[in-house]
Design a protein around this ligand. Sequence first.
Ligand SMILES: Cc1cc2nc3c(=O)[nH]c(=O)nc-3n(C[C@H](O)[C@H](O)[C@H](O)COP(=O)(O)OP(=O)(O)OC[C@H]3O[C@@H](n4cnc5c(N)ncnc54)[C@H](O)[C@@H]3O)c2cc1C
Length: 442
Amino acid sequence: MEVKIIGGGFAGVEAAFALASHGISVTLFEQKPVKFSPAHSYSGLCELVCSNSFKASRVNSAAGLLKAEMKKLGSLTVPIAESCSVPAGGALAVDRKAFSDAVTAKINSHPLITVEKCEVTEIPDGNVIIATGPLTDGKLAESIQKVLTSANTIGTSGEMLHFFDAAAPIVTAESIDMNTAFFGARYGRGEDDYINCPFNDKADYEKFHAALISAESAPKHDIDKVYEGCMPIEVLAKRGFDAPRFGPLKPVGFTDPASGRRPYALVQLRKETREGRLYNIVGFQTNLKFGEQERVFRMIPGLQNAEFARYGVMHRNSFIDSPRFLNSDFSLKNNGRIIFAGQISGVEGYMESAASGLIAGLSLARRLQGKEPLNLPKTSMLGALTSYISDESVKHFEPMGANMGILPPLEIPVKGKQERYQALADRALRDLEIAYREIGGN
Ligand SMILES: Cc1cc2nc3c(=O)[nH]c(=O)nc-3n(C[C@H](O)[C@H](O)[C@H](O)COP(=O)(O)OP(=O)(O)OC[C@H]3O[C@@H](n4cnc5c(N)ncnc54)[C@H](O)[C@@H]3O)c2cc1C
């Protein structure tokens, strides 16, 4: 019994370690140092290509909860990150070289893991985990396209493998002020799937427009310059005062129930999931800095207290249309020997990628050993993330990182954000513990 893993980044090393820890031999293929992507430069495994932070440590935050859950399931990278940490306030940040070296040493010294330094150009036979990251390209990308095309028995007509992410921000439903915003469709056609945020006063729109065109953009990496197809909202706004009002902020076909008038401009938010806990700000793909997104988009009436589950981004990112293709254990729906993990599977971020590798590895180990599946509770961050990437009700799939908005609401509502997050974290860890114990703890 042997598993091949392509890519020795965050997802690949976690999957390799999880499988090997359960007695399964692994060959881990890593193209460095034979070939480097435009973002990679260090020869070690599990390289941090940009920030050296794994975000908040405290357990009553989404990032902290994710790490706590990963540790419970035997993560390789979280304890190593803690041992290589550098002072960073409440965040877990690392010395990137020490971190990569420690992960590499652990993988190289495992008797059941063989590391092969070469570029893989075709999906190999047998059980394989593809963890080649957000910059997957070339012949391997073509091979992935082919496999997705033959697995596409449901007849998805959209793109199966994306190479660029142009995403609008996503906010939590509970943070939208429904005294100002209202449900409804343009001209009353269709279901009330949209929440509408009306600018009733021209003066408010003027202030918003001025803030939008002067807000600070995030620096672009060289590799991101290849994409020109999708216009950021701030660029559209710079084309003219009225340009957004003839585009995504078009008010025609709406009457604000509060004022009884047609708004001057109107922002629409579309449900992300069937349950409607998250909403996407339609047409607001953006390259603004995250802090600027909060500042400017909270000027939209009804979004003054918006909690951002995901910020808008415009960057190179290879990811598959996961809800159409993946099971919650990251295996391909119609070809279970092929598994995707990491950023290519539709999760976003260093630790989320590592987490997906951990789950993919543990799930495959259990399957190969004839054990019952790893059924992660949806109330846990790991369970919520895996159900999001495999949720067929998500029509316009965007990669997702850990955030409290994807957890089901508490049975008994708790007032106050910190208190609510603490209760969500307590429930997540308790449910994960119970589920893990029930299946024998490994
Ligand atoms: C420019 C840039 C900046 C980013 N900044 C951040 C950030 O600040 N914070 C954050 O959380 N996330 C950031 N990300 C996202 C980040 O890449 C992921 O969070 C994380 O690295 C993804 O893990 P992964 O295992 O999916 O891929 P990676 O960590 O990229 O690992 C993929 C590995 O596969 C190898 N590989 C690729 N193709 C092949 C092949 N054909 N054969 C063999 N090996 C192959 C690569 O060399 C690499 O080692 C950034 C991404 C990019 C591109």
